[in-house]
Design a protein around this ligand. Structure first.
Ligand code: ADP
Ligand code: CDP
Length: 215
């Protein structure tokens, strides 16, 4: 296989910004697996499937056609031909995504799609289970962290109309759901290098990951 850089960590730790920066610097493709779970969630909400009914989600998760681009400068995401890049970042999807991502059948389907994309060549892949499940043989595995305060501050700086406190609470809830689910919970993969980004700039984190790739 090609070069795979696996980037995992909780929300707001910097996965997207760092992955895109690294991909750009090295001329690699970039895959945002979180966007695929968000796209599936957008479709589930649109169909009116009951979020509290994992069997109903499992029964229908094979239906939507989810297509993910790999350009670090403009990663496109489509569901049945509809560009969902905007709606998947909205609060409704963010609040529902952990429940959908906890359904094993959803993960089986999306991991298969991810492996297909990854198999096509060199790539930086970000998510929650990339180093542990999707690409356990990745040449470089990074686990990004940052303090809950820093992560909430970063996210509320990006989103209009939220306070840091509300953001921190929403993130803590999602972190708990993502790291306690039965199937492929968020955790540091064997062989991963932990990078605490709390006191670093984005440029410093990118430089550190580039150093790990060149080692
Ligand atoms: P994630 O994908 O883990 O949710 P994002 O990359 O979407 O994280 O968000 C991180 C935000 O924090 C971005 O707006 C980024 O510019 C900012 N940021 C500030 N400092 C850093 C740092 N040291 N490392 C990464 N991102 C940082
Ligand atoms: O942008 P943020 O870091 O907040 O989240 P994301 O990367 O867009 O991921 C959204 C959600 O998808 C996560 O909270 C997880 O529930 C799920 N996810 C997952 O289960 N496995 C992945 N590889 C990526 C995301």
């Amino acid at each position: 296989g090609g070069l795979v850089v696996a980037m995992d960590g909780p929300s707001g730790s910097g996965k997207s910004s760092v992955s895109r920066g690294v991909a750009r610097a090295l001329g690699l493709r970039y895959l945002d697996t979180g966007a695929m779970y968000r796209a599936m969630t957008w479709w589930v909400l649109q169909q009116g499937v009951d979020l509290a009914d994992p069997a109903a989600i499992a029964a229908r998760c094979g239906e939507p056609r989810i297509v993910s681009g790999t350009d670090p400068d403009g990663p496109a995401i489509h569901v049945d031909g509809v560009d969902v890049g905007g709606p998947i970042r909205e609060a409704e999807v963010t609040g529902a995504v952990s429940a959908v991502a906890a359904v094993p059948e959803v993960r089986v389907r999306l991991v298969a799609l991810q492996r297909e994309i990854i198999g096509a060549g060199d790539i930086v892949v970000e998510g929650r289970d990339i180093g542990s499940v999707v690409c356990p043989d990745a040449a470089v595995k990074v686990y990004l962290t940052a303090s809950p305060e820093a992560r909430a501050q970063r996210r509320s700086a990006e989103l209009a109309g939220t306070t840091v406190e509300a953001q921190q609470q929403a993130m803590a809830r999602r972190d708990t759901l993502d790291s306690t689910r039965k199937t492929d919970p968020l955790s540091m993969a064997a062989g991963a290098v932990e990078l605490d980004t709390t006191a670093l700039t984005l440029e410093e984190v990118i430089a550190e990951v580039l150093r790990l790739v060149k080692e």
